[in-house]
Design a protein around this ligand. Structure first.
Ligand SMILES: Nc1ncnc2c1ncn2[C@@H]1O[C@H](COP(=O)(O)OP(=O)(O)OP(=O)(O)O)[C@@H](O)[C@H]1O
Ligand SMILES: O=C(O)[C@H](O)CO
Length: 523
């Protein structure tokens, strides 16, 4: 096993090229237990979007000339770089940025989740921690992903730094998911408490992140381009780690360096939709009315370069390469997987059956009925980038193992008081579904993991399952359906085979939503 892992690590560094199934290296790797490979591939997925590698890919600094390259743009550095950041992954991003910028970095302020430094320290992740004499000041706040006084203090310090910049300066803005709650600066007379209440109500009534952030932008000094405006006339480069399907820069962390295109009417529609318009505090009405008659219009952001440096798509592309290097036929199905977790689970289980039949009985195909059902389920999920046809076509003529990859964020309607998370619930549901049909001479494994390493309020990142799950659980006296009825997936996986199916990565320091891996290995 150690040898096989060495091979995998070597492959992770070596220039990747697909290996033909049947060659010695691929055979060695294939002898690794499927579960082990699945966990390794999940780690590769996360590895591609860790702060260090991401920053190194995005930025290059020529130490002699002091030229900083970001994509196709160059910036002349001469101890004129300032840094601000907000989001769950920003501590590691700032550490990597400071190391790269060296003496050119004058000062920085970041807003990161409460307790993150202690958590990284106790996880031994020194690479995520700023050096003792760092020029970056750290604020911790927004407990439970809600804006609070500490986050407000951080936002005000960030604004102050931005407002003090000149045309000779460069502001590097590090942005990741969770940034909205970590950068609250309500427009007076709206208070922090009022904003907090409105955000909570909208979220509880099922508002999408696009809707939620449209409202946040309208009530904030820094969101919706406000931070870029504060930094003007300095040049602004935003490096963005996306936690939103489709990577919309205006939505991620409420787009502090992207001019908002929303009107007051858009906000009122959203507030109406969730029955909140009538009970709006007077302060919110005042701010919205003022925005309506603002002669300056929305912020302009011509001095800004917004760059997505990490995303679910990027992470899956890396996992796909690694899977191919191990001899899998690997296809990325979608990076926009969303919808109710029950439908998503049915989709994956039926996909395993349809794809599995194509693999093990070439020419036979699954029943037309099952094919149709699969396409219907896919249509219900409304996944804009789904490559289902392509994935199924890829099975034709494939004699070796297959790995289908997807990412996104399904939703769980919480009914019970159990302990779990989106990924563990999805895995448990897929496991239960897979057990309902005979799958033929094929090994199947499904893994679902949160790339941030924490699935819901649990210590696990997710879980993996095989079709034997329900029967093996029953043999242990565990009733899968009963656990699902209470959203108690974590308790289930802790008890099932001594917790062996749980993914434990610890906090990863990054976050590009969830990754789903479906393995099909003909016997
Ligand atoms: N018992 C449970 N079973 C299933 N899912 C749960 C349970 N409790 C919470 N969740 C889900 O966990 C999610 C919240 O967890 P978490 O804090 O990890 O959020 P997140 O969306 O992953 O945050 P991030 O922005 O870091 O990705 C919600 O989607 C919620 O529905
Ligand atoms: O902070 C936020 O707004 C969400 O995490 C989406 O980026």
């Amino acid at each position: 096993m150690a040898a096989a892992l060495q091979v995998l690590r070597h492959l992770a560094r070596a220039p990747l090229r697909p290996l033909l199934w049947g060659c010695p290296l691929a055979r060695l790797a294939s002898s690794m237990a499927l579960a082990e490979q699945a966990q390794q591939l999940f780690e590769s997925t996360v590895g591609a979007v860790l702060p260090g590698p991401m920053l190194q890919r995005a930025l290059s600094l020529d130490p002699d000339s002091g030229q900083l390259k970001v994509r196709d743009r160059s910036f002349q550095l001469q101890q004129n770089v300032y840094l601000v950041g907000f989001g769950k992954a920003v501590l590691g991003m700032a550490t990597a940025a400071e190391e790269l910028l060296g003496q050119h970095l004058v000062q920085g302020v970041i807003s990161v989740p409460k307790g993150i430094r202690a958590a990284m320290e106790s996880a031994g992740k020194q690479e995520m921690l700023l050096k003792p004499h760092s020029r970056v000041q750290v604020f911790e706040g927004a407990e439970n992903n809600l804006p609070d006084r500490d986050a407000l203090r951080a936002a005000l310090a960030i604004r102050q730094l931005a407002e003090g910049l000149t045309a000779d300066d460069l502001l590097l803005v590090l942005i990741s998911g969770g940034g909205s709650a970590l950068l609250p600066a309500p427009i007076p007379p709206v208070t922090l408490e009022e904003k907090q209440t409105l955000t909570k109500l909208l979220a509880a009534r099922g508002a999408t992140i696009q809707e939620l952030n449209t409202i946040r932008k309208a009530l904030s000094q820094l969101k919706g381009g406000g931070l870029a405006q504060a930094a003007y006339p300095a040049q602004v480069v935003s490096l963005i780690l996306s936690d939103v399907v489709g990577d919309p820069v205006e939505v991620i962390a409420s787009g502090p360096t992207v001019a908002s295109i929303h009107s007051v009417q858009d906000c009122l529609h959203i507030l109406n939709r969730y029955g909140l318009r009538a009970a709006l505090p007077r302060s919110v009405k005042t701010v919205l009315a003022r925005a309506d008659s603002d002669p300056h219009g929305p912020h302009t952001c011509g001095h800004v370069l917004n760059v997505i440096i990490g995303s679910n798509a990027l992470a899956l592309a890396e996992a796909q390469k690694q899977a191919e290097a191990l001899g899998y036929r690997a296809v990325v199905l979608s990076t926009a997987m969303q919808g109710d977790v029950k439908s998503v689970a049915q989709f994956y289980a039926l996909l395993a059956r349809v794809a599995g039949t194509r693999l093990t009985m070439p020419g036979a195909g699954a029943s037309v009925e099952e094919d149709e059902q699969l396409y219907e389920l896919a249509a219900e999920l409304q996944l804009p980038d789904l490559q289902l046809k392509e994935a199924l076509e890829a099975m034709v003529g494939t004699r070796g193992p297959v790995c289908l990859l997807a990412g996104g964020e399904p939703t769980v309607q919480l009914q019970g008081s159990g302990k779990g998370g989106r990924n563990q619930e999805l895995a448990l549901r897929v496991g239960a579904e897979l057990g309902r049909w005979p799958l033929g001479p094929i090994d199947v494994l499904f893994l679902s993991g949160g790339t941030d390493g924490q699935d819901g309020p649990t210590e696990a990142a997710g879980a993996w399952v095989r079709p034997e799950l329900t029967s093996q659980a029953a043999a242990q006296g565990l009733d899968v359906a009963a656990f699902l009825a209470h959203n108690d997936s974590h308790t289930f996986f802790c008890r099932f085979q001594g917790g062996a199916h749980l993914l434990h990565t610890g906090l990863t320091g990054t976050n590009v939503m969830d990754a789903h891996l479906l393995f099909l290995q003909p016997r």
